[in-house]
Design a protein around this ligand. Sequence first.
Ligand code: AGP
Length: 607
Amino acid sequence: MCGVVAYVGAKKASPILLESLARLEYRGYDSAGIAVISNGDLILRKRRGKLSVLNASLIEKPLSGHCGIGHTRWATHGEPNEKNAHPHTDCTNSFAIAHNGIIENYERLKENLIKKGHKFKSQTDTEVIVHLIEENYKGDLVVAIRKTLRKIKGTYAIAVISDKDPGKVFVSRCGSPLILGVGNGENFVASDVPAVLNKTQRIIYLDDYEIAQISKDSIKIFNLEGKILKKKIEKIKWDVDSVSRCGFAHFMLKEIHEQPRVIANMLKRRVCGTKIEFEELNIKNNYLNKVKKIIITGCGTAWHAGLIGKYLLEKFTRIPVWVDTSSEFRYRDPIIDKNTLVIAVTQSGETADTLASIRLAKQKKAKVLSICNVIGSSITRDSDGIIYTHAGPEIGVASTKAYVSQIVIFFLFALYLGMLRKTLRKNDVEAYLKKLKKVPRFMEKILGNKNTIFRCARKYSYANNFMYLGRNINFPNALEGALKLKEISYVHAEGFGAGEMKHGPIALVDKEFPVVCIAPNCSIYEKMISNIQEIKTRKGVIISIATEGNSQIKKYSHYVIYIPKTDELISNILIALPLQLLAYYIAVERGCDVDKPRNLAKSVTVE
Ligand code: AGP
């Protein structure tokens, strides 16, 4: 996913642009560039590769100027090279643009522009926008941008500067995030809050089709019709520490260690006695009482959390629950009516498929509730109700604290709905809330024993294939454990329902094939043990995750990673930690870029 930044103020723009881009590196990229207005001229500097390459060039040949835009590119149209790196300029080199998103009708627009004599320098869809601006510019850049945006179809977060209107940055968005950072005598623009948090905590969230004209001491916001809009300045509660590593080797490790505090804070914020509070739920109880069907949708890790949500919601509310990946949901013409509640699960609130899914759900008259970690993100703005996880910024590409906080939110929401619809007795709710309150302490205990996991990871980091097995509510955990390993260590890993082994996967098992077996004390523990025995007779390497005090499982396992003894539904939350740490340590042993894995972005804002 690309990163867009901009600065206008009294300071030199280029170092501020580079620093902001560095804070967006977790989004993934393959080239970077900036454009500034220097002594009245528009100057570009772009390089393929990491920001360090661009920075070296700026140290060698600095750029002056107090107004500029910057971009980290995650290639969608046109290969990753300097020519295709942003910013892009028009024929007269008077306008420069940085863009995150996809322009779906760019080919037809490009053909028309070429017929009119425009010369293109890149293969990107983005370059079409800046030539349209050149085409539409008659002296007022906001008017030119409004006319241009009416012609394009697709998603965009753009930042534009021009030597025709030096000292100003012009931005707009549709379907891709963009925030304005309000400073004193300076202003900032970025794709995400962490990029500006060390400069200001005063943020304006731009909405779709809004255009902002930003100078060092003023911000004017218009709609596409040119009407001036009044926007609220929000005060972000995160501090700089939230987006720095704080001494951890990687953001992912820091965020794994934040989980006890995240869950403790969540329970403190949302639970008082047996009262469970969702301050932004904004969906009336009499609607929730009439819900006949729930569909949960999300991608990747968020989809896995949704699968766990199904178990919890069906158990506590007896409402039938379907779970879809958003990329499937949006194209399968789902059966939805006004008594269907669609729950979107998303850390970033910007995942394109999930955003499209909730828009489809609303067209079909469903109520939409989003479980999200980023306040003011696109998906939350399109939802009827929101439950924020308040996990703090998750910078590592591999989702960890977001996953665990999503599961706990599902737990709390299922208890809330169960109480409301009287499918749960009050003392059952009380009992579960009491057990949930022990989760942070149990997590600390697991983190305290992480050396066992480290030794196991080091021993098996050679393997190029892993299998993860779980049953019932731990089947989604098997999928999640496999995804964690895949995405940060590039090791092939597959998660299965353990009952599926005999239907094919067991053919894969041999002594080079570690199998992670999720086998806590639970109603189907004996079934897991028979699967483990089947693997053992086929010389598979068995790494078991089991409940403290279970010595029997040692007979069958090469490694046992213990979690504290608790209710089987609660242990489901704890199991995520060993899975995350196992993947982390294997990735580190294999020398992988844990926080910025190849080919991946933190949030997939394009299809
Ligand atoms: C998980 O570790 C991945 N980074 C990815 O699968 C992620 O969960 C998915 O892209 C969904 O992102 P979202 O939660 O921001 O919507």
